[in-house]
Every structure is written in structure tokens, then in C-alpha cells.
Design a protein around this ligand. Structure first.
Ligand code: AOS
Ligand code: ZN
Ligand code: ZN
Length: 426
């Protein structure tokens, strides 16, 4: 299914007048405060978030999965869904492929399709957390950390294969998320598991093209519930540092123990030039993979405040690979992604409103109350008209969720794909 520009314009015409009124009101207020609104909008327009190839179908838990009608059942259809999301939001201009769930059958067709939809190939993700049918060795007791050399070699080779697939598509980074760890005390020697992982990552890094990055994701628990080899940002940092200049840490918002100060982690990684990637989601208990901003929007804003500061001040930190890593157990995946993209942009826009000079002055005077006011004034600003304006002038929908429903997109997808199509993924 394709949405025509005229369809978007039709839906926009319904809300254009009220949008213009709210935008003009906010722009005037911000201009009076000395904010350069055009700059802000240009930054919002530029900000693109990759959609993982496993996020277009219904998610699930270990208790089951409720499928969603009209799911994409091929990589082509997944790209088409991201194309729809991108034309509505103008912020989803990239796909992050998962290997082996989404290996292209015909590279040229996939590249041409992505090109026609204005979608780039972001990081490619390896999978050594599941056994594949044809695999000789099993990852039951770990992959890159395994005590068996043969298992480690298989996992290393898989990562190299993933790099080679990414090279054919124009990706420039490999994301490694390792499920390795142990379920019971005594099961693993922590030092051996760490050392094996370090050596395996170095072997993969050796095969990394010069213009590529390796992103090392950390996570405290799940699927292992006693220990995880790459459990936290410090471990990921050590491993990346040992591998070399093109290896970085990747922060997934759901991969922290309750009450961790994620904004501080982000800040220090950027200071050291070692933050390479970011997975967005929200959570209440663990790695819940909920819609971005649905539980802790203020925490997200504080994280963005550090990201904005880092992007402006830590010039040796590379451009970040942004990705949504959420699941949509009971929602229409496309609607959920629209909500996540909106929350990301909101947090980003609010962080851009923080007057960093004023904040620094208040910090230097130890004026704690003023510091809090500066942050909270930015957070309490309703920035939605700015985001809508950025989308509108890029050709997107003023209100993407409303447009998605008015254009009956899910109904059309069900007509095309039926009610029982199933997407590959978790
Ligand atoms: C797992 O918890 C991680 O968040 C991964 O980033 C990702 O969801 C997984 O690698 C799927 O490929
Ligand atoms: Zn993740
Ligand atoms: Zn996760």
C-alpha cells in the first residue's frame, strides 16, 4: 500500500488552521525569549530514528503472542510499513536489520525498494541468543563467552557474516547484544566468560571495515537470571575500549536496574567519546519494551538534555545510531511506533529549549533552585506545535496518528495481506 502526498495534504487540511494558530503563538513566545525557532525546527527535521525489522509485527511475552491482523510477512512488506511510517512522520528514515530473521533474498530489489521509500540501512544486528535449525553448535551455554572454542568460532563467524550482509546494503555498523551469562551461581567462571567475550569481540572487530562501528549493548539480566556477561555500561565500555577506536557502547533504556541514573551514564560515555548507539523504549519493571515516554517522560527529557549537551560539546563522540527497540503486545505496531516517535521528538525538542549558558551560570553560583527551574521550564513547555511544524514542512502529517486512522491504513493492509500473516521476530 502507498500513501500519496495528496492524501496527507487532505488530512492536514482538517487541522491546518488550528495548528497554525498554536504554532504562531508558541513561536512568538519562544522568539521573545531569544530562542531561534528556525534552528530548532531544522534540528527536529534532521533527527531520524531507525525502526528495527522486528518491530512491525505484534510483540509477545514468554506466555504467548497475540498476532495482529495485516502483519508484514516479508522483508519487503516490513520496508513498506516503515515507508508508511516515514511518510506520515518524516522521522523514520532508516531500518535496522536483524540477522537471520531478515536476510534479503535479492539484495538489489531490497535496496531499490528502500531507496524508493527514502529508507537507509542503519546498524545490522547479530543473533547468537537463539539456535538456528542448521547450526552445528548450540548457544545454550553462551556464544562469544562459551568455554567451547567451536561454539565461540561459530558465533564469531555469524557476526562476520552479518557484517558482510550489512556491507551489501550500505550499513555502517554492527550491533552486538549478547544474551550470554548464567542462570545459577557457580555455573560460570566470571573471569573466563569475560575474557572469552573480550577475545571473541576482538576477532570480530578485526573484520570490521574501516568506516564501520561496532556497538556493544549491555543488559543486567534476561534471558539469564543470575549473571550476564555484559551486564552494565562499565563492562561494555571496557570491552569497547579494549577493541579499539571504532567500538562503542550502546545504551538501551530498558537495560538498567530500577532507579539507575541513565542520564549520568549517557553523559560520561559521551565525555569519553564512547557512546555509539541508543535504543529507545520505556519500562516500569525490567526490559519491558513499552512505548517510549509512556511511563517516565521526565527521565527521558533528562536523558535528552545530556544527549543534546554531549552532541554540542563532546566532539569526539560520533553521531549516534538511534533506534526504537519496543514491543507492541496489544497495540497496532505502526500506531505504537508513531507514539514512540512523537515522544522521542518531544523530549528532544524540550531538551533543545534548555538554555545551557543560563544553566551553567546557575550551576556555578550553586543556585540549585534556579537550576531546577531552568530544566523544568523547558520540560513544561508544550512543544507539540514545533514538532508538528517540522513534520508539516517536511511533507508529513500534522497529526500522524489521526492521519493513519483517517486513511484506514490498517484496513488496507489487512485487505492486502489477510488476517493471518505473521512477521518474523521475537
Ligand atoms: C535485547 O533485550 C536487546 O534489547 C536487543 O537490542 C534486541 O531487542 C535484540 O537484539 C533483538 O534482535
Ligand atoms: Zn536493545
Ligand atoms: Zn532489550
Amino acid at each position: 500500500m502507498k500513501i500519496k502526498q495528496s492524501h496527507i495534504q487532505d488530512t492536514n487540511s482538517k487541522s491546518l488552521q488550528s495548528h497554525e494558530e498554536s504554532f504562531d503563538f508558541l513561536a512568538d513566545k519562544l522568539n521573545n525569549k531569544g530562542v531561534n525557532v528556525n534552528n530548532l525546527i531544522a534540528k527536529l527535521k534532521e533527527f531520524q530514528v531507525a525502526i528495527p525489522s522486528w518491530a512491525l509485527g505484534a510483540g509477545g511475552t514468554r506466555f504467548g503472542r497475540f498476532s495482529f491482523y495485516g502483519e508484514p510477512s516479508s522483508l519487503e512488506q516490513k520496508l513498506e510499513d516503515i515507508g508508511l511510517l516515514n511518510i506520515l512522520t518524516q522521522t523514520a528514515g532508516a531500518i535496522s536489520l536483524h540477522i537471520p530473521w531478515d536476510i534479503p533474498e535479492d539484495y538489489n530489489t531490497i535496496k531499490e525498494l528502500a531507496n524508493s521509500l527514502d529508507i537507509k540501512f542503519d546498524a545490522v544486528n547479530s543473533n547468537t541468543f537463539q539456535d538456528q535449525k542448521k547450526s552445528k553448535e548450540s548457544y545454550k551455554y553462551g556464544s562469544l563467552s562459551n568455554t567451547s572454542e567451536a561454539v565461540r568460532q561459530q558465533a564469531i563467524q555469524h557476526n562476520i557474516d552479518v557484517i558482510n550482509i550489512g556491507k551489501k546494503l550500505g550499513s555502517k555498523s554492527l550491533t552486538v547484544w549478547l544474551a550470554d551469562g548464567s542462570c545459577f551461581p557457580g555455573q560460570n567462571n566470571f573471569q573466563t566468560a569475560f575474557q572469552n567475550t573480550q577475545d571473541s569481540l576482538k576477532s570480530i572487530y578485526k573484520e570490521l571495515p574501516n568506516d564501520w562501528k561496532m556497538l556493544i549493548e549491555y543488559k543486567p539480566f534476561e534471558p539469564n537470571f543470575y549473571s550476564t556477561v555484559i551486564q552494565d555500561w562499565g563492562t561494555s565500555f571496557m570491552l569497547a575500549d579494549e577493541c579499539g577506536d571504532r567500538a562503542f557502547s550502546l545504551v538501551d533504556l530498558g537495560h538498567h536496574l530500577p532507579n539507575s541514573n541513565i542520564e549520568q551514564i549517557v553523559s560520561i560515555l559521551m565525555l569519553k567519546g564512547k557512546l555509539g548507539g541508543f535504543h529507545f523504549n520505556d519500562s516500569k519493571y525490567g526490559d519491558d519494551d513499552l512505548t517510549v515516554g509512556c511511563i517516565k517522560p521526565y527521565a527521558l527529557f533528562l536523558i535528552f538534555n545530556e544527549l543534546v549537551y554531549g552532541m554540542e560539546n563532546n566532539t569526539r563522540n560520533p553521531d549516534l545510531a538511534w533506534m526504537i527497540d519496543a514491543s507492541h503486545n496489544i497495540k497496532d505496531p505502526i500506531e505504537d511506533l508513531i507514539q514512540s516517535l512523537e515522544a522521542i521528538q518531544e523530549a528532544y525538542a524540550k531538551a533543545l529549549l534548555v538554555d545551557q549558558n543560563e544553566l551553567k551560570m546557575a550551576q556555578n553560583k550553586n543556585d540549585v533552585v534556579a537550576c531546577q527551574e531552568i530544566l523544568q521550564n523547558a520540560y513544561r513547555t508544550d512543544v507539540r506545535p514545533l514538532i508538528q511544524q517540522a513534520r508539516f514542512i517536511s511533507g508529513g502529517a500534522i497529526n500522524p496518528l489521526q492521519a493513519y486512522r483517517l486513511l484506514n491504513i490498517r484496513e488496507e493492509l489487512i485487505k492486502e495481506r489477510g488476517r493471518h500473516s505473521v512477521a518474523t521476530g521475537l
